[in-house]
Design a protein around this ligand. Structure first.
Ligand code: SAH
Length: 245
């Protein structure tokens, strides 16, 4: 069998933030699989079939990729950012676990990408310079109670936090509730940054205190980063000192 599956991240948006290994593997692929907006970021060429699929069908998409590799195709499964961060890499391994045992001998590789959290942090300054927690605020794959618990405990433990999927139309009230919990757990003066569409022409970065933050400041293209109690401004930047008492 000469087929393979590479699970690759396309970075936060700008083409120059795609790592060279990912560009190389895309040049060798026969098939690209992924959520519609991510597949559209891949340049079409003869000999390359683009398979666009809808959101929330990650397991079907992963199974399809493994089936094609078993037939000898060279398949790249694309995610935005890094494929291991709330994205397709775990879905591919879930499909592998559920699939026929022959698939275990397939050549499967995961290539890292620049995740939205790191691209956003770099634009803000250095808000994640000390210990931090990365949390997905979507309750598609976990109960909302668990998200509340993690927010409260991470805040009380003094972690800075980075939130993926902060707010969507289908769950408009949850982010307001998240802000309430954060005010209680972290204190009203803690800085919170909203980094929207980082590395694209629509990029917008805003930093306020938790007291000033409103739910409308975030949408599904926003990365939200909450500092710890020592996170502060210097000029136009926000940074978290490397040390804590
Ligand atoms: N695998 C991706 C994350 C997928 S979850 C990664 O590693 O980046 C999707 C969420 O990522 C979005 O709801 C948003 O919170 C964040 N995101 C992705 N791209 C972004 C960008 N360019 N700017 C800001 N946030 C982004």
């Amino acid at each position: 069998m000469s087929g393979w599956v590479v699970v690759a991240g396309l970075g936060p948006g700008r083409e120059s933030l795609i790592v060279p290994e990912v560009a190389e593997v895309l040049a060798q692929a026969t098939d690209v699989v992924g959520y519609i907006p991510y597949v559209r970021r891949v340049t079409p060429r003869p000999g390359l079939t683009l398979h666009e699929s809808d959101n929330r069908v990650e397991l079907d998409r992963a199974t399809h990729a493994l089936e094609m590799a078993a037939e000898g195709k060279r398949v790249v499964v694309v995610s935005s950012g890094d494929p291991g961060v709330f994205a397709m890499a775990s879905a591919v391994f879930e499909a592998l676990e559920a699939g026929p045992s022959e698939w275990l001998s397939l050549d499967i590789r995961v290539l890292p990408g620049i995740t939205a959290m790191l691209a956003a942090a770099a634009r803000i300054g250095a808000p994640l310079g000390h210990d931090f927690a990365a949390i997905n605020l979507s309750d598609n794959l976990k109960p909302w109670d668990l998200i509340e618990k993690r927010l409260r405990l991470a805040g009380e433990a003094g972690f800075a936090m980075a939130f993926y999927n902060p707010r969507s139309k289908s769950r408009p009230h949850q982010f307001a509730r998240a802000l309430e919990i954060l005010r209680e757990a972290c204190g009203e003066d803690t800085l919170i940054s909203f980094a929207r569409a980082v590395s694209t022409p629509e990029e917008a970065i805003t930093t306020v205190t938790l007291a000033e933050a409103t739910p409308e400041m975030a949408d599904m293209r926003t990365m939200v980063i909450v500092g710890n109690r020592d996170t502060r401004r210097v000029g136009n930047y926000v940074y978290t000192p490397r040390s804590a008492l």
